[in-house]
Design a protein around this ligand. Structure first.
Ligand SMILES: Nc1nc2c(ncn2[C@@H]2O[C@@H]3COP(=O)(O)O[C@H]4[C@@H](O)[C@H](n5cnc6c(=O)[nH]c(N)nc65)O[C@@H]4COP(=O)(O)O[C@H]3[C@H]2O)c(=O)[nH]1
Length: 599
């Protein structure tokens, strides 16, 4: 303001300035802050700042979540002062190095306890602050609660890697840990062992008492196995009643390692042998344990599991409730078996199967028929006996095409015999395994073969074993009755060795029993066997069944059997099984009488 000499204002001098841009900038800043505040207030994320010494200076938003304490209490502290349950010293050192290098960091995950002692997780990201001159002034960034995400992740992991019933690691996690263990073995030339545990007869419990009781047993078994393991061992459930214990860091020396593993295995065996109280009942359960060692040389996790599994099966075969170590021979046996199976598959097509015939004679040693016995002329192994390949054929299902071939070939022989008056009345007995007989179309198959070949049904005898009678007797009776209506005969093989109860015997439409050769063998020396043979003969008479004694090797046996009332015989005394031409040649020369062999 300008004044005169009396101080009276003359004029006002002023300058005006356009502050619109400044006001706009202020308004923009205010808006930006409001937006930032609204965001931090509304979101569960929070904003933080550190000074140049990495100490908390400022929080904005729901920061208590990060620090678990009122935010004011943390001003002036660093993150590592607050600590985190999941961070090691080395990890903190790495984080500090990032800050010291003024680098941006993302998603640093920290696990902490809140004031109530509950675990929570936060994820932190931050960027360095520089002033206009480029001087470092600290850090700023955001934090976010990830407790819920971690919980869901844990749940997913639990479902994916743990068995829901027992809470033990499942097969997937076991395979993962095994892969890790094998890697460690390779790096540090260590060894470990796998215990494969399978409960004996678990299926029976499940079937009789129900799945709930079965589950309850499995839970307790799991707890007992865990109690036998050391903290570093992995106890897993593979599924069903199969558990695995993985032991690592075993001693190098063979005997020490074996001792250490045996001790754990025995411990498991004992623990699982104690009775269980299930639904008020005392239940006894036993395990079979297979053990396989591993070191850096083992090819794969799969191989290792197979070895332990094989050893477990060996323990079962040895009578169950026992421990068995894997031996390389077991693997060799399996490999040999697979080779045999592959060969057997092509044996029919390659015409390697053949039938031998063993005469069945009457009291006058006259031929009444024969039993057909399968042989396999293997190109490399030579003659393979049925005992070696029939069980394999049964397990693999190959018995079906093989059995059909036997039936067909036997019927063709019947047709050839039917064309000659001297052999027209001869019968042929064919072994049929339980698996063949249980096929739904068994009756149709047999009738089809009879029709195709034109063989007389009443000359065909089907030999069944007692083990067949263990299941679904009604179905067996139905099939037998259907075939009998066409004239086919039935014989029960190896009688006396199996499970036939007399009530079944009465109901089955049988024609004949065959006394097992094990009774005939000692009939002269073992009074028990003699008594059994007499009883079978008496029983057969009362049931109106014919009897054939198998395995007659000596005149003494034949004499005893005759005196006891047996009227049909089969055995080396008359003839060993042989090709049909050889059998007929021997008999032809004797005018239908089968001559006793020397010896
Ligand atoms: N020690 C002694 N043994 C004698 C004597 N007489 C006969 N044998 C043998 O005793 C077995 C009798 O046959 P199996 O009990 O039906 O027992 C048969 C039968 O269960 C099964 N088998 C044979 N061929 C077939 C077939 O075509 N199908 C099915 N499913 N099983 C068959 O294989 C088993 C064994 O047959 P193989 O080795 O031929 O053994 C035959 C025969 O060679 C004797 O006096 N002393």
């Amino acid at each position: 303001m300008a004044r005169d000499e009396h101080g009276v204002p003359l004029r006002i001098v002023g300058a005006h300035m356009d502050i619109t841009p400044h006001r706009r900038a202020e308004e923009a800043l205010r808006q930006s802050e409001a937006r930032f505040r609204a965001l931090t207030e509304l979101s569960s994320d929070w904003y933080w700042e550190l000074d140049e010494h990495h100490r908390f200076m400022h929080f904005e938003g729901y920061s208590d979540t990060e620090i678990g304490l009122p935010k004011e209490d943390n001003i002036g502290l660093t993150r590592w002062d607050l600590g985190a349950l999941n961070m090691t010293d080395a990890q903190w050192a790495r984080h500090r190095a990032t800050l010291d290098a003024h680098e941006v960091f993302h998603d640093l995950e920290l696990q902490r306890l809140d004031t109530h002692g509950n675990i929570y997780w936060v994820s932190i990201s931050g960027a360095p602050i520089f002033d206009k001159e480029g001087r470092f002034g600290g850090y700023r960034g955001i934090g976010r609660s990830i407790t819920e995400r971690k919980r869901v992740e844990d749940e997913i992991e639990r479902l994916a890697f743990y068995d829901a019933l027992t809470g033990l690691p499942n097969r997937r996690l076991l395979l993962d840990r095994l892969t890790g263990a094998l890697d460690r073995c390779r790096e540090r030339t260590q060894r470990g062992a796998l215990l494969f545990i399978d409960l004996d007869n678990f299926k029976d419990l499940n079937d009789t008492m129900g799945h709930d009781v079965g589950d309850s047993l499995l839970e307790r078994v799991a707890n007992r196995i865990v109690s036998c393991a050391r903290p570093g061992d992995t106890v897993a459930r593979l599924g069903g009643d199969e558990f695995v214990v993985m032991l690592e860091g075993l001693p190098h020396a063979d005997d020490e390692a074996t001792q250490a593993v045996s001790a754990v295995a025995r411990h498991v065996l004992e623990a699982l042998n104690h009775p269980y109280l299930l639904e008020g009942y005392q239940h006894h359960s036993t395990p079979s344990v297979g053990i396989a060692f591993f070191d850096g040389d083992i090819e794969s996790v799969d191989d290792l599991l197979k070895r332990a599994d094989l050893a477990m099966y060996q323990a079962k075969a040895a009578g169950r409730n026992t421990i068995c170590f894997f031996q390389p021979e077991m693997q060799e046996a399996v490999t040999a078996r697979s080779a045999l199976e592959a060969d057997l598959r092509s044996a029919i097509g390659n015409h390697e199967l053949l039938l031998f015939f063993q005469p069945v004679v009457n009291e006058q040693s006259r031929l009444t028929g024969a039993e057909v016995l399968l042989r396999w002329q293997h190109p490399v192994r030579g003659m393979v006996m049925p005992g070696e390949f029939i069980p394999l054929a049964e397990q693999t299902g190959l018995i079906l095409p093989v059995g059909n071939w036997v039936l067909e070939t036997a019927c063709e022989q019947l047709v050839r015999w039917g064309a000659q008056p001297a052999t027209r009345e001869l019968t042929l007995a064919v072994n049929v395994s339980a698996r063949q007989f249980r096929q739904v179309d068994f009756v149709a198959t047999v009738l089809g073969v009879l029709e195709r070949t034109g063989a007389r049904p009443d000359r065909l005898k089907i030999e069944l074993t007692e083990s067949l009678l263990l299941s679904d007797v009604e179905d067996i009776i139905g099939k037998m009755t259907a075939l009998k209506a066409h004239g086919v005969g039935f014989s029960l093989d190896d009688f006396g060795t199996g499970y036939s109860s007399l009530s079944y015997l009465k109901r089955l439409p049988l024609d004949q029993l065959k006394i097992d050769q094990s009774f005939v063998r000692d009939v002269l020396t073992d009074p028990n066997d003699a008594a059994i043979v007499r009883t079978i003969l008496a029983l057969a008479e009362s049931l109106d069944l014919a009897v054939v004694a198998e395995g007659v090797e000596t005149a003494g046996q034949l004499d005893f059997l005759r005196r006891s009332g047996c009227r049909a015989f089969q055995g080396y005394y008359f003839s060993r099984p042989a090709p049909v031409e050889a059998m007929m040649a021997g008999i032809g020369a004797a005018g239908g009488v089968v001559p006793a062999m020397a010896g």
